[in-house]
Structure formats: C-alpha cells, structure tokens
Design a protein around this ligand. Structure first.
Ligand SMILES: [Zn+2]
Length: 308
C-alpha cells in the first residue's frame, strides 16, 4: 500500500512585519506569543518559528531578554521544533539579529540568503488609521534595504556553528538560491538544505504559479537530493501557495507572521486556525502532517542543547 507523505508545517507565530493594530488576533505580548505558539503546536504544527515583541509597545524585540520571556515557556509546553529568527526586523543590524539564536541554541534558526528591498508600505492603504511606530514601520520601508550581505550570512553561520543549530534558509528570489549554493560549495553549510522559498512579498519574487515552478525547478537543479523544499505565500497568497507547494511535493509554512487572513476579508483568529487549514489541504492531497521527530530525522537536526 502506498504510504502517505509526511509534510512539515512550519507556523510563524508573530514575525516583525505586521503591527498590533492590524489585527486583534496578532500575538503582540510575551504571554500571547507563548499561548499562541503552544496552541499552534497542539493543532499539529511541526515547527514553530519565533520572534519576540516588546510587552509594552508590541514592537519587534530582538533582545535575549525578550526571547527569555517566550522560549523556555514554549519549550516546556510543546515537543514541536523551535526555530528562532535571525531575520529579526529588517531595520536591525545582523549583530543584533543573531543574538537570541546564538544564546538559546535552538534546533533551527532562520537565515535570510540575500539583501533586498522590502516594501511594507502598501499595507498603509489598508490601514490608514495606523500612527506612531506602526506607521513609521511601514512608511520607512520606502527607503529600506533589508541587508543580508555575504559577510552578514557568514556572521550568522559562525555565531551558531558551535551550538549545532541548523537552518531554515529563507529565499525570497532566485538569486538567494544561488547564494545558498555558493555557501554550500564553500562547505560553510551542511546538507540537507531546508529551503524556505518566499512568494509574494514586495521586493522578492511574485506568487504566480510560474514563479513557484521556477523557484522549485532552480532549487531542485542546484541541490538535488539534498533539498528539503518548503514555501510560504505572503498575505492573501498564503493558502493558495501552500496548496500548490503541498501538491508539488513540498512542505508548507503558515502563521500570522506571513498572513493575517483566513479568507477574503476574514481575519484569522489564531495561528492554530491556519495550521488546521493547512492540515486540511495536506490531508486532502493524500499527505499527512509530519511529526516533530519525523522532521528532526529528515532535516538531520542535532540533539538539543539545554535551553538557558
Ligand atoms: Zn520570521
């Protein structure tokens, strides 16, 4: 009998793109992030991708202290794989961005594979009511380069190397796949390569099925059997990209970091909701959701160091 393919669901809990006033359901305090992550894990998420926020303002917070308010509490309540961001916010330096991953030695950390424009300002049209830091966060992106130079990428690899942390390589365009191939050629990263292709964010590749096919084809050509391919679609593209990628043999990422929506004009009420929607897609296509231990074996994650 043919076996069902295990599909990894990564759930990105809060991120650093959306701001608290955009949705009452975006977890924007430590307690809310912990509760939302634990619930997403219970709903079946294989991997939880984490950012922290300032408890007072809801602003992205890349301090070790900020992550100390969420990481041990989530770790204690779920067996899901924890993935700490090194992307942080596009306004932060790489030295600042890598600190939580270097400190907490997670099984996985994200790693952005190239510099790019990152246009968050189109969201202002939908949220004209925003003020203060939230408005500035979007307005400022008109003149923002999200810097991920070769030196920056090497800095993250060096800072995490001794911890045994492995990576979710975030690739927002074709050139980022070639950057990963460069680091692979240098022996700076070890296979298998967990490649998170990102579709539909202004500044990166679009979310047309041709874009998805092109990124997949290129990644398969560059990495062959060493590729573990996952993808996310930004905003309204989220579930369509998830369905396309799951049908094409990939893994999926959902979560309120990537989209606040559950359907046209309908806010998602939780991260767990989006995990359940992705689960329905995967099971409808004849797959099943990967357990954390299946994913640990597939991605060759190393034994977890004790969390501080
Ligand atoms: Zn992130």
């Amino acid at each position: 009998m043919a076996k069902r393919r295990p599909v990894i669901i990564t759930c990105a809990i809060t991120g650093a793109i959306h701001t608290p006033s955009m949705s009452p359901h975006l977890p924007a305090t430590s307690d809310a992030i912990v509760a939302s992550a634990v619930a997403a894990g219970r709903a079946g998420a294989t991997i939880l991708h984490l950012h922290a926020r300032d408890d007072e303002t809801g602003k992205p917070d890349q301090s070790v202290e900020g992550f100390a308010n969420i990481v041990p509490a989530i770790r204690a309540q779920t067996d899901a794989i924890l993935n700490l961001t090194t992307g942080g916010s596009p306004y932060m330096s790489v030295a600042e961005r890598v600190r939580p991953a270097a400190h907490f030695a997670p099984e996985l950390a994200s790693l952005n594979m190239g510099s790019m424009n990152m246009g968050l300002f189109p969201m202002l049209a939908r949220h004209p009511e925003l003020g203060g830091w939230e408005k500035q966060h979007l307005e400022g992106s008109r003149d923002l380069v999200f810097r991920n130079s070769y030196q920056d990428i090497a800095h993250v690899l060096d800072a995490c190397r001794d911890n045994g942390t492995r990576f979710e390589f975030e690739c927002y365009d074709t050139s980022h796949l070639y950057n990963l191939a460069h680091f692979a050629d240098q022996g700076a990263v070890e296979p298998p390569f967990f490649v998170q292709t990102v579709f539909g964010l202004l500044g990166g590749i679009g979310a047309h099925p041709d874009d998805i096919a092109h990124m997949r084809r290129t990644a398969v050509r560059l990495f062959g059997d060493d590729l573990v391919w996952s993808a996310l679609g930004a905003g309204a593209h989220q579930m369509r990209v998830a369905a396309t990628v799951a049908a094409a043999g990939g893994h999926v990422r959902v979560g309120l970091e990537d989209s606040l929506w559950a359907g046209p004009g309908q806010l998602a009420t939780s991260n767990a909701d989006q995990v359940r929607m992705a689960t329905s897609l995967i099971e409808g296509l004849g797959g099943l959701v990967s357990s954390a231990d299946e994913a640990r074996a597939l991605l060759k994650l190393q034994t977890q160091k004790a969390f501080a």
